[in-house]
Design a protein around this ligand. Structure first.
Ligand SMILES: [Zn+2]
Length: 273
């Protein structure tokens, strides 16, 4: 199987969410556009017309619908205008006449860095949890790896305690979930789904009885990024799970990691009790 096919299979297994794309193509003349169309009174008004304009002009493009609500649809497109730089004006004219009064925003996007294209309007990153829109500040895996590594290398076991406490205290951020009219196991489940959406890993509750639980985590981000740190124990995840047990199940106790991808297991497994 070629690498594209493999990547596709991988995506089908996990459905990753791409936040945004920064790319560098010095030989291409890329151009970004950002538009918002009001479709409050006409749900059929969408970005299909935009597709047609670009296809008719023979302009290759990538189109990303950023946000679609009952009132409006916003999208960002990267156009490849290599050899067609003068198409910019007619593209703008055609888009304006297509959407008319419904066009709320039309902007060309530039990074002002030669060869670099990305959606510079993409901010902030948002997570919507049961109607609440929460801004997110994310780290990439290498950032986490360096952060855990720096604390562990500098403070040793004390660093692990700091990381554990950071995990436990940050579970407080899940307090809105505590207010949901669900039983404690389902609240725990919602909290784990939120962690999964934020990229912590893929969670599976094996058992949750009498306020104890066993949880399996596939692709646990902490273990994936501390493989080179000899003696490092998954502390952030243990702290977070301990904090969630206290917050959502009113239970004091400790979380132990019984299986770990770093020991050759196919997943990490945590037991709270
Ligand atoms: Zn692990």
């Amino acid at each position: 199987m070629d690498s594209v096919g493999k990547e596709h299979l991988e995506e089908q297994k996990n459905y990753p969410t791409f936040i945004d794309n920064i790319f560098y193509e010095p030989k291409k003349d890329y151009c970004g556009i950002y538009i918002t169309v009001n479709n409050e009174h006409d749900q059929s008004s969408n970005v299909e017309g935009l597709d047609k304009i670009l296809m008719d002009k023979g302009v290759p493009y990538q189109l990303v619908v950023n946000r679609s609500t009952e009132a409006s649809v916003s999208c960002y497109a990267v156009l490849d205008l290599t050899g067609k730089t003068d198409a910019r004006e007619t593209i703008e004219k055609d888009i304006r006449s297509l959407f008319g009064q419904k066009l709320v925003v039309f902007e060309y996007i530039h990074t002002n860095i030669p060869g670099v294209m990305c959606n510079t309007k993409s901010f902030p990153l948002m997570l919507e949890v049961v109607g609440s829109k929460i801004p997110v500040t994310a780290f990439t895996h290498p950032f986490w790896g360096y952060l855990f590594g720096a604390l562990y290398d500098t403070f040793g076991a004390g660093g692990l305690s700091i990381i554990w406490m950071m995990g436990r205290e940050s579970a407080e951020g899940m307090r809105p979930i505590k207010a949901l009219p669900l039983n404690s196991q389902h609240k725990l489940n919602v909290a784990l789904i939120q962690l999964q959406l934020l990229g912590w890993g893929k969670f599976e509750i094996l058992s949750a009885q009498d306020k104890n639980f066993n949880i399996r985590v596939f692709d646990n981000f902490e273990c994936l990024n501390t493989k080179e740190l000899k003696g490092y124990q998954s502390s952030f995840m243990r702290g977070m799970l301990t904090g969630l047990a206290t917050l959502l199940m009113d239970k004091k106790g400790n979380t132990v990691e019984r299986k770990c991808i770093k020991n050759g297991d196919p997943y990490c497994e945590f037991c709270f009790g």
